[in-house]
Ligand binder design. Structure first.
Ligand SMILES: [Zn+2]
Length: 321
């Protein structure tokens, strides 16, 4: 695995309003003074020849992972991060190739994956997504953009929005004989329009937030279009693909086992929340009683679990009662 250097950048003060956190913010940022400088914790790595991985660092408000593939004549990148993360990623891409960045694929509409779209567009990229993700960017995504600083943790003044202009229903394939990247729609699951990137030659799967790994904040299960049962089916489906490396939306690369752990955690939470609702238990009771500690990493963060159980309870009790 070839290692590339990463530029350390500053980390400004972060604020979060309670109402937004209750709504759908997936991560609680750590409050740091404006002058604090935090070094990037992971260098860019080459997962396979011409396939690079950028670790999204939560503590620097650059939380979404990014992968880029260097084709013969162009670069396809996956997930834009925030504007400052996107600028850093473009700088990192430039260290690996001088080929034009022609495409940027948004795995889903959430702020941490799309707010940096304009940086890629300015670098020459066409923004790509599923049709449903493009649609979601206009409604729930607009709410996020309108409250951008609360979501991103940084001042968004001077940034602009860029929507996908190349969309697909079920699948879009990039293949130049050297690399093949299959963009496949898998949602509704974590959102309505979730898409993944599958590289059959390198056996790499880039999941977006259908899967996270070693992420202290777990998944965001609050999305209005989330479908938990289909999400479990999607994780089962992808676990059946021929995969060596799973790149999650957040956290370190893993394997098919990572998909299975993610599924096990979500299924356990879903079963316990459903059972509690059937028994007439309150949200407060469930957040106190449900035990997910047997799931390593996912089950360790009580704050995250409490929030996720509450979000799941709200969605399921509204839908099933
Ligand atoms: Zn995310």
């Amino acid at each position: 695995m070839k290692i590339y250097s990463m530029i350390a950048t500053g980390c400004p003060m972060v604020f979060c309003s309670r109402s937004f956190l209750l709504r759908s913010i997936p991560f609680l940022f750590v409050l740091l003074p404006a002058s604090t400088v935090v070094a990037q914790t992971r260098p860019v790595s080459e997962l396979a020849p011409g396939v690079f991985f950028y670790f999204g660092d939560e503590l620097q408000q650059k939380s979404a992972n990014c992968v880029w593939v260097v084709f013969r004549d162009y670069v396809l990148a996956i997930d834009a991060n925030y504007p400052w993360g996107a600028e850093e990623i473009v700088t990192e891409i430039r260290k690996t190739t001088d080929k034009p960045i022609r495409f940027l694929f948004d795995t889903h509409y959430h702020h941490d994956h799309t707010f940096g779209n304009a940086v890629f567009a300015d670098a020459g990229a066409t923004i790509v997504s599923t049709e449903k993700t493009a649609e979601e960017m206009h409604i729930p995504g607009q709410y996020e953009w309108d409250h951008g600083s609360q979501y991103s943790g940084r001042n968004m003044t001077g940034t602009r929005r860029e929507f996908p202009s190349l969309t697909f229903d079920q699948q879009l394939v990039f293949d130049d004989g050297v690399h093949r990247v299959e963009l496949r729609r898998m949602g509704p699951a974590h959102t309505g329009g979730d898409g993944v990137a599958y590289l059959p030659k390198e056996k790499i799967l880039v999941t977006g937030d259908l899967c996270v790994n070693g992420n202290p904040w777990g998944n965001n299960v609050a999305d209005a279009n989330a479908d938990y049962d289909k999400w479990l089916d999607v994780l089962d489906t992808m676990a059946g693909w021929d995969i060596k490396i799973v790149v999650p939306g957040h956290g370190d690369p893993g394997t098919t086992e990572t998909l299975k752990q993610q599924r096990s955690y979500l299924a356990d939470m879903l079963n316990q929340v459903r059972e509690g609702i059937k028994l007439g238990k309150s949200k407060n009771q469930l957040t106190k009683e449900i035990d997910l500690s047997k799931h390593p990493v996912y089950g360790a963060n009580k704050v995250s679990i409490t929030r996720s159980i509450g979000n799941m309870y709200d969605k399921l009790s509204a839908k099933e009662h």
